[in-house]
Write a protein that binds this ligand. Structure first.
Ligand SMILES: C[S@@+](CC[C@H](N)C(=O)[O-])C[C@H]1O[C@@H](n2cnc3c(N)ncnc32)[C@H](O)[C@@H]1O
Length: 270
């Protein structure tokens, strides 16, 4: 995520919204850390990253060819791709004019989520951190193509853009989407308690070590065997690697792809 905040803008936001100052400051400092992570991501060879994705997701989901088939299906959905391209352009334009203070996640990670959702055929997905909804849109398209499943999203809009939360989500994909607005600290435990179990958990909200570790630990027991925990921005700190280490006996496979980490829960044998 990128932003173009001046010190004056940061100060004004902090003073006019004191009740949200903590979360806001955390987003701002995440943006600063982003430049370090973004420099690292910019050096990644995308062709190599795509081959790694084929291998890693292929190990989990029946081979690299199957992964490529899902990617081809996504890339040939011209209507969806056109909406994403147009709306991403609008976001870039708003940032250029300093009317929006945050950008959107990379298409690579959104594609990865599309493949995971298509391959796993989940009934229930929970994600934290929507912003413009690049991930959300790809997950919902995959659910539509699966013909089943619901997505529950939590976001804490922070007034960093004039565009609505989930702006990238095409209107015709919103039927399977349940958006909760508020702090994941309050909403996530309640939501998981209501759902009882989930197939996929996706973290992309507050990337402080403390919050990431807390979300992983909160969601992990609810993920079914054979399910997946996906986290964006795993390079910010060691929380994802520690989760994989702590639960290594329950994990069948884990890997990092571009900006994200994937941990798959071992399937129970009968
Ligand atoms: C990195 S952006 C999400 C990007 C998004 N996944 C995408 O596909 O572009 C992080 C989002 O998490 C939200 N957020 C930050 N802290 C949060 C919290 N404690 N609870 C819920 N949402 C939070 C922010 O408001 C922001 O919208």
């Amino acid at each position: 995520m990128k932003h173009g905040l001046s010190v004056g803008q940061i100060f004004t936001k902090m003073v006019t919204r004191p009740h949200r100052a903590g979360a806001f400051l955390s987003s701002v400092t995440a943006g600063w850390k982003d430049s370090r992570v973004n420099n690292m991501l910019a050096r990644i060879d995308l062709e190599q990253a795509s081959r790694d994705r084929d291998d890693c997701l292929g190990r989990l989901f029946g081979g690299a060819e199957r992964v490529e088939e899902f990617l081809a299906e996504l890339r040939s959905d011209h209507e969806f791709q056109e909406i994403q391209a147009q709306r991403r352009l609008q976001i870039r334009e708003l940032i250029r004019n300093r009317r929006a203070l945050v950008g959107t996640s990379s298409p690579f990670d959104a594609e990865t989520l599309y493949v995971i959702t298509r391959a796993l055929q989940p009934e229930i997905i929970v994600e934290t951190g929507v912003q413009y909804g690049a991930h959300t849109a790809h997950i919902l398209l995959a659910l539509k193509n699966n013909g089943r499943g619901q997505l529950h999203s939590i976001d804490f809009p922070q007034d960093l853009s004039p565009l609505e939360c989930g702006y990238l989500v095409p209107e015709d994909l919103r039927g399977r989407w349940h958006l909760l607005l508020g702090d994941a600290r309050d909403l996530l435990p309640k939501l998981l308690g209501q759902l009882h179990s989930i197939d996929i958990f996706i973290h992309d909200s507050d990337h402080s070590y403390r919050h990431m570790a807390w979300e992983y630990q909160t969601a992990w027991p609810y993920i079914v065997s054979g399910g997946v925990l996906f986290s964006h921005d795993v390079h910010y700190n060691s929380a994802f690697r520690e989760l994989c280490q702590r639960h290594r006996n329950e994990i069948s496979d884990s890997f990092e792809l571009f900006a994200s980490g994937v941990a798959a829960k071992r399937r129970e044998t009968a």
